[in-house]
Design a protein around this ligand. Sequence first.
Ligand code: ZN
Length: 582
Amino acid sequence: MIPRLFRRCLIAGLIAVIVITAVYAQIIETPAEKAHYQKGGTLYEPLMDFIYILESQTELMNVQRLTKTLRDRDVVLCILSDPPVYSPADVAKTGKPVVLIANNVHGGEVAGKDASLEIMRDLIMGDLRPLLKKVVVLNIPSLNPDGAEEGRRTNEQGFDMNRDYLKLESQEIFALVSKVMNKWHPDIHVDTHHGGSAPYALVYQTCMNPAGDSELIRFGDEEVLPRIREALRAEDYDGFWYSGGRWVEGSPQWSPTSVEPRKQHVYSALANVVGFLFETPSGDYRVVKNGTEVVAVPAEERYQHQVRGEYIGQRELIRFAAERGRDLKRVIAEAKLQALELGNNDSDNDQIPIKYEQKEKFKEEFWIEKKDGESGEYIKVKGGVHTLFEPTRTATRPWGYLMPPQMAHVIPLLLGHEISVKRLSEPVEVEVEVYYAKEIKHPEYFQGHYLKEVKAEKKVEKIIIPEGSFFIPAGQQKSNLICYILEPETNDNLVTWGYLDDFLRVTVGLEEEQARQKERMQRYLENMKEEQRKRFLKRFELRMKRLTNQKIPIYRLMKKTGLKGVLVQPYNEYQKNMYIRY
Ligand SMILES: [Zn+2]
């Protein structure tokens, strides 16, 4: 028999262990909390340690390695749900909405990462835990651990990865799109950053490119974002649109940045996800008292406020999905159905935007640095918020696109975007719309590419498409993305990124080039006999035509046509951009 005193001690000891465990479970601090937010963003080693400590506390979290970076660091996906899920198939059966939070794509922009660690901790063992019953949270704490370690925007290859969503050149973004977006099909996707304008704790935007599904864009804009602002104000902060205010001829104006789908939150919408961009400014000033006052923030408190701003934003997205999951899923399902129907209908003359212009959407009150004033002197003004992008030129959505066998090199990219492609097994004669490039410029060099701009004209032609050609139906869920990538005159497409460089010549200074050629021709002609001259002029005419009319080998098929062939499959689904296999 155990002596009574010893028994008492044992029981007391057990109780102490239970209490300590319970308390410990409550107070696991993130590395940033431990450092009282004085050391900036959490680096790779402590980050991974914390993630695996969290995982060991619960069955509700699973960690998947998405890829390894060039510096041998893991990019991981944390999967949180109650009951736990291990694969996309598990989620499909539950009907729960999926929220994807991706952080630190720009290595030096770290507040979202530290906020995510707190969010995951609170979802597992804190007051947010009930939300996991209603929503699946996918969290990538750091998309760019190599950049983060150096405090550098780009990854090890030098890519700005928030410009990589169309070309998928970095292994990190390729892994995100192919293994997370295309498999888990998140309903919400947010990417977190450090930009925007003080005195706001968080500035945000959803897709504004008119090529995205309009209801999906409206939903993010009008249903989700106001709620985030409300939550920020409830904690004595404020939020506003990304990115900032400026004075234009004496009038205050608030403007976003450009909206090409190479950026995550624009790409998301074209891929039928409600996408958001979160940016938290440096936080040297903040709006308090329900949007009525601006106060200076001491340097040592700034990072904490940045993390808190990101925390509130991320938490509200999860809460929104938990509470309004049905509406969210309905909007996305309708966007997908709409894309399928519009693409497959060859008689509705549905218009897709090719060019757009930026306009004022509404007037609203915001805080802005006083004109000609000292930095930090903020005044509240009412000004135009220029977040409207209206189409200025459109094209009829085709029934599909045809490309000759020489375009095979772009097929892996299309498959990477979950776009289906058919390879024709016999030649076919079809009437198509063909683009002829009149002018191709490359005014900008960006990360290994001379970005191309095309001016083209369309002609209707009957052509014979050879065996081995490719057909990309527009009647797919990602119809909006397909059209954006394949229309040569948009500002982000296959031509932009050089996929057609072998077929198309840049026509820098076209008029000068024409004049130069003509002058040369005159000199040749002087020494020629009549017969020679005739032949030469014929050749010259052809050359001038090629100079102005370059056929773009992406043909628009406007009418439903039976095409014999098979659907293309990836040769393998291995990580195409990874150099070393582990
Ligand atoms: Zn950024």
